[in-house]
Design a binder for this molecule. Structure first.
Ligand code: ADP
Ligand code: MG
Length: 321
């Protein structure tokens, strides 16, 4: 099964940023209020995620590293109302099959520390009782040289990590995040639940004054978030973030709907900064489309798209733009 885990790792852990994403999602699912990410050498030397969440009971720690072991859904119909970020039970076994992993975890009483090397448990012992979980991943891809060779430059890999943490922070303003790379702080959010503040920490405080809230709703769909005034644009679509039920998603038609909301008010080749939150009945969404869970199927996509475009038009006309 180490082989099966390495095969799954090919899909789930493409690069250091995927490890960061999976570990931080686990921390969010554990109801953490503070998540600190430390990176060394673009994640190849070290990726460490410290959370203050619920932790894992001693009796469940080894189970968490088994394939398809998830504590998050227990029956098939749960798949159609997924509220957690994880549900496939693939991340920990996949990551531990291509790296060295140490996890310290505690539910508040005696903690547990386990170490896995190349997918095999090499030690388990009692550890401190501070509630929460620390996962440290080192020597990533040491046993899959092809994967190592396929990675981009250290700077590109680091920017992908930073991008993922930024988007997770935008998706969860109620969680205090920090990202430190080779001793340098790249992100810090307050965890006070203010999306605009998180936007400011990522894109710079000066952008805050040029962001406007938007709102829209229909029976079972709510649209919110912030978009930039037409005077504040970027040369790439990457500054448009879509957050569906707390999950950052990639979706071209909805990204297009954001741009369309501006009509002719954007210059050719320019794109807004936007963080659009979409809250919809989980029954309308199929998240089990791809292992990385960034692509989802939404049954009412055109309706959501027009709600977004209309909300932006409304904001612009309120501002006489
Ligand atoms: P999934 O997230 O899809 O359930 P993972 O392989 O990512 O699968 O994690 C397996 C299990 O380990 C989770 O279901 C959860 O019970 C537990 N777990 C992993 N990370 C944490 C964490 N940081 N805090 C608490 N529990 C965790
Ligand atoms: Mg997970």
């Amino acid at each position: 099964t180490i082989l099966a885990n390495q095969i799954a790792a090919g899909e789930v852990v493409e690069r250091p940023a995927s490890v960061v994403k999976e570990l931080v999602e686990n921390a969010i699912d554990a109801d953490s209020t503070e998540i600190d990410v430390t990176i060394e050498n673009s994640g190849l030397k070290l990726i460490k995620v410290v959370d203050d969440g619920n932790g894992i009971d001693k009796s469940q720690v080894q189970t968490a590293f088994l394939r398809h072991a998830t504590s998050k859904i227990s029956e098939q119909r749960d798949l159609f109302r997924v509220r957690t970020l994880g549900f496939r039970g693939e991340a920990l076994p996949s990551i531990s099959s291509v790296a060295d992993v140490t996890m310290k975890t505690s539910t508040g009483s005696v903690g547990t520390e386990v170490t896995y090397k190349g997918g095999k448990l090499v030690s388990q012992q009692a550890s401190e009782s501070r509630k929460g979980t620390t996962v440290a991943v080192s020597s990533l891809f040491y046993n899959t040289p092809a994967r190592l060779k396929y990675l981009s430059s250290p700077n590109t890999e680091l920017s992908k990590i930073s991008d993922i943490v930024n988007r997770l922070a935008l998706s969860h303003p109620e969680v205090a995040f920090s990202l430190i790379s080779n001793g340098r702080e790249l992100l810090r959010t307050s965890g006070r639940g203010d999306l605009l503040q998180v936007l400011g920490s990522i894109y710079g405080v000066k952008t805050i004054a040029k962001m406007q809230p938007i709102k829209g709703d229909d029976l079972d769909i709510k649209i919110g978030g912030y978009v930039s005034l037409p005077e504040l644009t970027r040369s790439s679509r990457n500054y448009i973030s879509l957050i569906l039920n707390g999950r950052f998603i990639r979706n071209f038609p909805l990204t297009k709907a954001v741009i369309n909301g501006y009509g002719s008010k954007l210059m050719i080749g320019r794109f807004p900064i936007a963080v659009i939150t979409i809250n919809a009945d989980p029954a309308l969404i199929d998240v089990n489309v791809h292992p990385t869970k960034q692509e989802v199927r939404i049954s009412d996509e055109p309706k959501i798209g027009s709600l977004i475009s209309t909300a932006i038009q409304q904001m612009l006309s309120d501002k006489n733009l």
